[in-house]
Structures are given as C-alpha cells and as structure tokens.
Write a protein that binds this ligand. Sequence first.
Ligand code: ATP
Length: 630
Amino acid sequence: MPGTTDQQQRPADHDPPGSGAGTTENAPATEGPEAAPAVGLGELLAPVRGRLVLAVTLQALASVASVVPFIAVAELGVVLLAEGPDGFDRERAWWVAGIAAATMLAGLGLTLAAGALAHLADNDISLDLRRRLAAHLGRVPLGWFTERNSGLVRKSVGDDVSAMHHLVGHTVTDLTRATVVPLVSLGWLFATDWRLTLVTLIPVCAGLAMYARMTGSASARAGFEEYGRALARIGSASVEFTHGITVVKTFGRSGRAHRRYTEAADDLTSFFLRYVQSMFRTSAASELVLSPVFLLLWILGVGGAFVSRGWADAVDLLPFALLGLGLTAPVLGLGYSFDEIRKARAAAERVAAVLSTEPLPEPEPGTEGEPLGTTVEFDRVSFGYDDRSNALEEVSLTLEPGTVTALVGPSGSGKTTLARLLPRFYDVTGGAIRIGGADLRRLPAERLYRLVSFVFQDVQLLRASVRDNIALARPDATDEEVHAAARAARIHDRVRELPGGYDAIVGEEARFSGGEAQRLSIARALLADTPVLVLDEATAFADPESEAAIQDALSRLVAGRTLLVIAHRLSTVAGADKIAVLENGRIVESGRHAELLAAGGRYARSWAIDERSGRWAPTAAAPLTPEAAQ
Ligand SMILES: Nc1ncnc2c1ncn2[C@@H]1O[C@H](COP(=O)(O)OP(=O)(O)OP(=O)(O)O)[C@@H](O)[C@H]1O
C-alpha cells in the first residue's frame, strides 16, 4: 500500500476507558464491515499440522518409553527378590536393566526430538501468522483501524503471536504426555493386579473430581467471570489514570481518577481473597490426594492390607508404588500450566478474529476499471456504519479536475464520513463513487492510491529517516525530488538543521512539533503527487505558530489538483470552486460562496451567524485555491 495511505491510518495509542482492550483476555472481535467466516484454531495451525502430528507421535512414543524403565525396575525387583530353586536369574536381571537403560535413553531422545519439532513448528507458525496478519491488515478497510480495533491489532500482531508459543511449543506435547503416560501405566497395572489398580484409582478419581468441580461448577465459572470483570475494571481505571492523566489533572479530577484506580485495586484484592477462600478447601484437598506422597502412602497402606490378607504378594506392590505416582504427575503439571494454556487460547482467538475481518474486495483480474481523467463523482452515495441508521443518504456531488470543493455543515452532518469514502476507508452501502468514470470498487488498491492521497488528523510519522518518511509513497524518488517537496512544504530548513539532516531517524535523532509533522506529511503528499487530494483542514491549521507556513505549503499542494476539503474556515470556503452544505447526511445546498449567499438559505444564515460569533472569521492568510499557488 502506498505510503500516503499510511499517514492517515490511525492506530490510536490508547484503549478507550472501559473497553478493557489490552487488559482482559476477551478483546472485541471486529467492527465496521461484517466479519468474514471465522478463522478457527485448526486453520491457524494448518501450515504446521504435519510437524505437530509428528511431534505428537514422537511424544507418544517417548511417553511409552518413559514408562518402561519404571516397569523394568519393578520387574528387576521381582527378579532380585525371587526365591525358590531357580533363585536369582542374573542374565534376566541384566536384560531388564539393559532394557530400562535403553528405553530411558530412547525416551529422552524422543522427548527432545518432539520438543524440538514443536518449537520449530512454533517458530514457523509465528512467522507465518505475522506474515498473514501483515498481508491481511494491508487489505482490511482503513476505517477498520479505529480506536476500538487498534488495541486488538496491537495485541494480536505483537503479544498474541508470542503468547501462542505455549500452545504450539508446549501444550500439544504436554497433553500427549499427560494422556499417554497414565494410559500405559494403567494398562500395565491392570495386567498386574486389577483389584489393586481399582484401589489405586480411588484417590486419583477423587482428586480429579474435586479439581473438576472446583473449576467447572456454575459458581466457579461465575467467580471466574467476576475475576475477569474485576481485572477489566482495574484495567480501565489504570487507562484513565495513566493515559488521561493530563486532562484529568487539568480539570482538577486527579483525586477522582486516583480514587477510582485504588478502589478498583481494593475491589480486586477483596474479591480475590473471597474467591481464594471459597476455593481453598477443595483446592487443598484435591492437591493433597493427588500428591505423590499421599498416593504412595495410600498404595502402601491398602497394598499392605492386601498382602497381609494374602490377596497379593509384597513384590506386586512395587509396580504400583512406582507407576502409581506417574498417574497424577502429568495431569497436575497440566493443571499448573492451565493459566498459560488459557492465555494462549485467548491469544489464538484474537489472532483468528483479526484474520476473520472482511478485507476490502479487490476486483477480479481482467475486470479492473480504467479511469479516464480524474473527475470524481459521488453518485447517490449512501453509507451507514451499522444497519440502524445511515450517516450519508443519497449524496450526489461532482469534483471537477483542478477545483477545490469544500464540505461544510454542522458537527455530525457527515463531512468526515463523505471525505473518507473517497480513499476507500469504507465501501459505500448504496450508490457509487467513480474516478474518471471507473467505480472505486473496480480499482486495485495500488491504482487507487496513485490517484488519491489524503491528509487527515493524527499525522503518522514512522520510526525511519526523515527522507524515508517523506518518500513513503515513492521510495525511488531522488534526493533532489525529496528536497524540493520539503522546500515546497516549508520544512526543508528545519530538516537541514538536524544533526543527521535527512538521514536523522524520526523519534530518535529528530523530534517534530505538531505543525512541523504536518508540514512533513504535506511534503509526503506533494511527493506522492496524486491528482486527487482529500484534506481535513482542521489538521492543517491546528498549529497557529506555523499556520502561515502551512497555508503556503498547502497552496502549493492543491495547485492543479482536485481537492476535497473538510472546511472549517471562511477563507477556505469563500475561495472554493464549490461548497457543499451537509446536514444530517444529505447535501442541502451547493454552489459558490456568492451564489449561496445570494440564495439566502442555510449557508447564508450560518455565514451570518459565524461571522457574528467570529468562529469562522476570515484571516489574513491566503485562501486555499489553486490560484494562490501561482
Ligand atoms: N466510526 C463510526 N462509527 C459509528 N458512527 C460514526 C463513526 N464515525 C462517525 N459516525 C457517525 O456518523 C455521523 C457523521 O459523522 P461525521 O464524523 O462524518 O460528521 P462530521 O460532519 O465530520 O462531524 P465533525 O465536524 O464533528 O467532525 C455522526 O452521527 C457520527 O456519530
């Protein structure tokens, strides 16, 4: 995607208070255009399925091999304690010891191989997901990058892909071990003495049942949800406390924000205490009965009773003492990493949610439109952010090449929405927008952004050299071209003063004020040199100190181009070739300034009011017209 689009993508730096984005595991999925069919976990992991299957197979073999030495040791015990005429069978003992050593080594090797494969798969899937996310994010509508989704994007591209490491690198093999080891052990124990096996299973089943009740009951789930809510509350309070601290302090509300934060922290602590207390007994009991020491005592105690009654030989207790312990250890291990697994699953769901976002449809090869000229036509355009109401209703407007069209109207009338449809932040829900007769939806993104650039709010500078920031849309531009654009945007001298000049890295060696950043973004748009430009004038004049310089730079930018400007100033409006007055998502009047004044309609009334209030008072700066640049 060309760089000019980048300056306007607005991944906001903060999550809105209350959204909980970045603080809870359950981030919102998508907004705006409807989501595509959800991408499941299976599909996410599809590229490494083969490796994972192999890792599971190796781990299963390793788990079997890891049980064999215990069986062998038990068998060795039987051999060593053997009485009777044949007595101690030395050769058999060596065989058993040899098998124990060999399977132990084999188990170790197989475990290492399974772990290495799972980690290789993890490495590959991380790379694959990062590539898929980058490619997908390049195709979703620009309007999707709203504040609500920015937390999701940041989390999924950054933290979540890393958080999935546990799932791929460890959980898959851990689960295999936790299943195979108890199954093989049980099989052997049943073959040895099924009655003792059933007795051994009593504490295991009791412990697991308690554990399941503790984590799966309705009250446990409610407690867990409450825990999530308490975390979200503390998250939103900390967002207010940290991100909003300047405004909160300015308006003398720091005490309130601070109180909200400490109250949320107190709430979390007291909830946690109650929650832990309610769980304590069951948790302690299940941990106790599943612990190796308890299990050993149980097996020896009950086994001893079996032996004293003549139901079993003492030597038969050996496999139970050795293998019985292996029944619970892997399961307990899984329980301890439960939180990691939960986080990894939630991370995978968020990544899947981003990948499920509907991308902007690209035209089928061979069906692309070919613009003839650069006349922009909004043809009965309607658009709604949701199904409930339309922000724009049947708007028709033509932007002739080389003219300035100003959008005016009260707050919320749809100016920004209309302006953003032209660079395809969203697709229209009714009607069509055409450039040179070609429907925007039939223009490949690259073609569109060679025709249309935009300068909206929140200028985005990349952590790259000043030169690269200016030449974002045209990396092949010569130094002379970059300097000429910077000169025209009145930022060249400022850049030359930097120690590294055009090679200075933004954010490290070069820091720019708001006005300077705006002039850089204007230089960027100048170099991109697209015939159509969409501009939010509020951005351009946000910095009164550099206003004259920006005004001058803008005059150059608009020369000879088709300009659509969200106008906030009388000077712009008065000089525009066409003024479109929006109200409630409809164009209620349009024409030149003098025509609209003469018509005595809404524009004339607003003009009179604005003039009286001084809100739109004309300034000495030159009006935004192509002529001004001549
Ligand atoms: N991302 C969004 N999601 C849902 N509704 C939105 C979104 N952005 C704008 N709207 C709604 O669409 C309508 C038009 O808003 P828009 O921002 O286009 O108006 P505007 O004329 O540019 O206002 P202002 O001058 O205050 O910037 C408003 O009712 C607004 O609440």
